[in-house]
Design a binder for this molecule. Structure first.
Ligand code: NAD
Length: 346
């Protein structure tokens, strides 16, 4: 009887988690969720306004590194599954101050794994007892694979070669998850996804920065020559993939998730400016005039691209939004937010 049991979401007040929670509650009626989030600078409970009163949703403020608290949460809410979003997630911050990345991303994931394993060992749902209900799904990134040349794609078999403290901390956490599968038989899943964009992303990230700076009439900073390439995926497509992998992924497997949408930074900035020129024209000139190249990020990876054929073939997932449709939805969301903020100040 799963009725009085819950799934633990960590970091659910951040960008991807807060898009995932409403979608999961809608797709899985009757399944209870507990969201454990430390509410760092990146977590915001306003992101979850639409689910706060939902009968199957509970929020707990706390740190995934706090073993006592994590154990209490497992016991109190009879946790049967974990989806671990909680992380320090911004590469630039990891260059300025890597320590907290090791703490949360490495030690925090270890604490969750270890508490889950010990709690589930004795549970009637333990994989050791021939059942697969207990699932530990770790949310990771394509950055663990390092940088590509002009050709080629990351597959699930690409060797890890992380280049920033952020990607190294995520790679370390992936390795710990792998070890809990191989050593203890924990029912694990890892998904490595490309760059997400969409509503509720923290303003420090590339696309929110471009929109925010453009609308504020300030310089839009683009690193180096602007030619660094990332694969981009609309956040809700990522969330649908997580829902699917969590429920149907094969135990112990890794799935890459991507949008088949490779874009370089300067082309994204120009595209957003063109849309803004139409939607909210400036008194004179184009938003493009505000683009400014700035000194490159140290160790900036040149190109990431994902081969997502495994999740497509095995689980029938595919992205619904193209970059063109997803970016329009994203711009509209930020425009509505911006106009709301301006109105509330008047
Ligand atoms: P985010 O920075 O927007 O949110 C992170 C959340 O984790 C915040 O709510 C924060 O308060 C919480 N948190 C941080 N430290 C914590 C701790 N010690 N204990 C409990 N909660 C803590 O990040 P995001 O963009 O939503 O990313 C979520 C996950 O997805 C991360 O693991 C990230 O590595 C991964 N990921 C992100 C992207 C992307 O493009 N954003 C792409 C692939 C993978």
């Amino acid at each position: 009887n799963l009725k009085d049991r819950s799934i633990l979401i960590t970091g659910g007040a951040g960008f991807i988690g807060s898009n995932f929670i409403p979608l999961f509650l809608q797709n899985n009626p009757g399944v209870k969720l507990v969201n454990l989030d430390l509410l760092t600078y990146a977590g915001n409970l306003e992101n979850l306004e639409q689910v706060n009163a939902h009968p199957d949703y509970t929020f707990v403020k706390g740190d995934i590194c706090d073993r006592e608290l994590v154990r209490e949460v497992f016991q109190k809410y009879k946790i049967t599954g974990v989806i671990n979003f909680a992380a320090e997630s911004h590469v630039d911050n990891s260059i300025a101050g890597p320590e907290v990345f090791i703490r949360t991303n490495v030690n925090g994931t270890f604490t969750l794994l270890d508490v889950a394993y010990r709690y589930w060992m004795d549970s009637p749902f333990s994989p050791k007892k021939g059942q697969e209900e207990n699932r530990f799904h770790h949310i990771s990134t394509d950055e663990v694979y390092g940088s590509l040349g002009e050709k080629g794609y990351f597959t699930e078999r690409t060797p890890y070669a992380p280049n920033s403290p952020y990607s190294a901390s995520k790679a370390s956490s992936d390795m710990l998850v792998r070890s809990y599968r191989h050593t203890y038989g924990l029912n694990t899943l890892i998904t490595n996804c490309s760059n997400n964009y969409g509503p509720r992303q923290h303003q420090e990230k590339l696309i929110p920065t471009i929109i925010r700076k453009a609308l504020a009439g300030e310089a839009i900073p683009i690193y180096g020559d602007g030619k660094n390439v990332r694969d981009w995926l609309y956040v809700k497509d990522h969330c649908r993939a997580i829902d699917l992998v969590f429920k149907q992924g094969r135990p112990g497997e890794v799935y890459n998730i991507g949008g088949d949408a490779e874009k370089n930074n300067i082309s994204i900035a120009k595209l957003i400016c063109e849309h803004l020129d139409k939607k909210q024209p400036k008194a004179s000139g184009s938003y493009k005039d505000q683009i400014e190249f700035v000194q490159d990020r140290p160790g900036h990876d040149r190109r990431y691209a994902i081969d997502a054929s495994k999740i497509k073939k095995e689980l029938g997932w595919k992205a619904r939004e193209s970059f063109d449709s997803g970016i329009l939805k994203t711009i509209d969301w930020y425009l509505a937010l911006n106009n709301e903020t301006i109105n509330s100040k008047q």
